[in-house]
Each structure stands twice: as structure tokens, then as C-alpha cells.
Design a protein around this ligand. Structure first.
Ligand code: ADP
Ligand code: 5GP
Length: 187
């Protein structure tokens, strides 16, 4: 159904990836979410195996050693990575896959699957608004939040490496822009 089967959403932390990803999956139930592995602490409301596979540093490094990751990065002092098996499982069952990864992970996925990736960058209306959204989300300590904001400055410079970029200001408009990009990818 989709021309490019690997749909990659990326943005600075708090940019709106999870919000847009959830919306997209309600519109297209045939899209499967690529559950990443991470060593960060589980947040309230998150489910192991659904939002992430939560691993210890040792478990993660063992998988790195065995070559189990299609890509992985160290972000905010934790590991995050996409399992090759996760991609294989969904592609074998004929489904498209949605990735929520950082900007470097997005570029790695494109390098690994150049013909099959659609890279979509989500960006906030301003740095101040990004800060407000992260503060309101209240999932990080002040220190962790500042690390995320510091990294956001570099991440925002990746916008031009993506196939599409979507401004996430008014949420309904971002939803419809994303829908437009996805519809253009339907054969
Ligand atoms: P990410 O997954 O990129 O870290 P989230 O989807 O968790 O970002 O969004 C960060 C926070 O901002 C969440 O609390 C979310 O509800 C909120 N949010 C997302 N988009 C908007 C928007 N357009 N306007 C206001 N708040 C938003
Ligand atoms: P969070 O801790 O907010 O869930 O995620 C932090 C950052 O890690 C986000 O930018 C998210 O997209 C990214 N991320 C999540 N999973 C992966 C992954 O498998 N690979 C990479 N490279 N980044 C990931």
C-alpha cells in the first residue's frame, strides 16, 4: 500500500513525535510501531514491550555485541536502538513500520534502507514553545529537561536532511499536514 514502507518520525524531544505517531496509527491500523530498546527509566504510563523494551545497560550492550541493532545511539546518557528483528518481523508480515527515533537514528535508517524510508521531521514553532511543552509534560527532572533542550538546538539543524518537515504549532494542522505527506506515499 505504501511506496516507502519505513516511515520515520523525528524531532527534538518534545517536538510532538509520539502525539503524531499515535494519531497516524489510529488512521492507518496497518502501520506497526517499531518498539525500540532503551536503557532509560520507564515513565509513568509506559508499558514495557509496547512503548519500549526497557533494558539494563548490560543487556543493551550484549545485544550491541551480537549485532542485533539496525541502528543505535547514546542519547541523554542512555542507549536507544532499533532491533533488526523488529523491522524484519513487520516487513515479513507485509506491514509498514513507523519509527520514533532521534535525528541521527533517522539518517542511519535511511543509509541502511535507502529505497524504503520516508523521513519526516517534526519541529516546534519556537524554542520557547518547545521548552513550555516539555515543562508541561513533566516527565523529566529540571536537569534532564535542560539536557534535552541543549540537544534540541543541534537536532533542529538536521531539518534539511529529511524528505519532509512539518511544523507542529496548531496540532490539527500538523495532523493534516502529516496525513498529506502519508497520502502522497500511497501507491
Ligand atoms: P515527543 O514524542 O517528540 O517527545 P510529545 O508527543 O510527547 O513529543 O509532545 C510533547 C508534549 O507536547 C506532550 O505533552 C504533548 O501532549 C504536547 N504537544 C504536542 N503537540 C502539541 C501542540 N501542537 N500544541 C500543544 N501541545 C502539544
Ligand atoms: P524519550 O526518552 O523521550 O522516549 O526519547 C528520547 C529520544 O530518543 C527521542 O528523540 C526518540 O525519538 C529517540 N529514540 C527512541 N528510540 C530510538 C531508537 O531506537 N533509536 C534512536 N536513534 N533514537 C531513538
Amino acid at each position: 500500500m505504501f511506496k516507502k514502507k519505513l516511515l520515520v518520525l523525528s524531532s527534538p524531544s518534545g517536538g510532538g513525535k509520539s502525539t503524531l505517531a499515535n494519531y497516524l496509527m489510529t488512521l492507518y491500523p496497518e502501520i506497526r510501531f517499531s518498539v525500540s530498546c532503551t536503557t532509560r527509566k520507564i515513565r509513568e504510563g509506559e508499558v514495557n514491550g509496547k512503548d519500549y523494551f526497557f533494558l539494563s545497560k548490560e543487556e543493551f550492550e550484549e545485544k550491541v555485541g551480537k549485532g542485533e541493532f539496525a541502528e543505535y545511539e547514546q542519547i541523554f546518557g542512555n542507549y536507544y536502538g532499533t532491533l533488526k528483528s523488529e523491522i524484519k518481523k513487520h516487513l515479513n508480515s507485509g506491514n509498514s513500520i513507523l519509527f520514533d527515533v532521534d535525528v541521527k537514528g533517522a539518517v542511519s535508517l535511511r543509509n541502511n534502507f535507502p529505497e524504503d524510508t520516508l523521513l519526516i521531521f517534526i519541529y516546534p514553532p519556537s524554542f520557547e514553545e518547545l521548552k513550555r511543552r516539555l515543562e508541561k509534560r513533566s516527565t523529566e527532572s529540571v536537569e534532564e529537561l535542560n539536557i534535552r533542550l541543549e540537544r534540541a538546538k543541534e537536532e533542529l539543524t538536521y531539518k534539511d536532511k529529511f524528505d519532509h518537515s512539518i511544523l507542529n504549532d496548531v496540532l490539527q494542522e500538523a495532523f493534516s499536514d502529516l496525513e498529506g505527506v502519508i497520502k502522497d506515499n500511497i501507491e
